[in-house]
Design a binder for this molecule. Sequence first.
Ligand SMILES: Cc1cc2nc3c(=O)[nH]c(=O)nc-3n(C[C@H](O)[C@H](O)[C@H](O)COP(=O)(O)O)c2cc1C
Length: 182
Amino acid sequence: MWVNMSSQIKSDEYLNFLLTRRSIRKFKPTAIDMGIIKKILDVARYAPSAGNRQPWIFIVVTDKGVKDKLAKIHRWAYPLESAPIGIVVACNRDVSPESYQVDCTCATMYIMFAAHALGLGTVWLQTLRNIEDVQKILDLPSNYIPVAMLAVGYPDEQPVAKIRKELKDIAFLNKYGASLQP
Ligand SMILES: Cc1cc2nc3c(=O)[nH]c(=O)nc-3n(C[C@H](O)[C@H](O)[C@H](O)COP(=O)(O)O)c2cc1C
């Protein structure tokens, strides 16, 4: 198939954009303009969701006291301490009982990529073993499940890409175990 040179360059840029996202755990103290955060969340509204039910809400955390409490829900949530902003993605379980976790994951990835596009770093922090703790800290009603929490800020580190599984071990043709290789 003939590919226009400039669209080929664009596709490579887009793919490279996806490949250059990294989890960032060390942030500069630089404040983030709320306009930028709103821009990111505005993009997240366009994430796919089952039946387009959009069961998510986004809680932006700027208050140091609240942020520090969230940073202590478990030992791997520490990146939130140095991040100027946290974003908690919570989903209304009643609106999408089968898919709320998947829907919220899509919205979270949109936030991560929109932040990446704007030069911000993020790291996803596990919340699913501490649902009640997060609900309590944020006054969330019990039907709102905090599916993800992100530390967001300008990166103060440049981590190398983590090792990935080989494509041959995870991608198959037509049935499990059948090689994609010609
Ligand atoms: C559901 C989920 C939970 C995660 N929880 C944590 C966490 O609690 N703390 C943390 O530092 N990183 C956490 N991560 C980030 C992963 O460690 C990271 O995505 C993975 O090591 C791959 O690195 P990369 O994002 O730089 O490609 C989590 C990621 C996901 C998707």
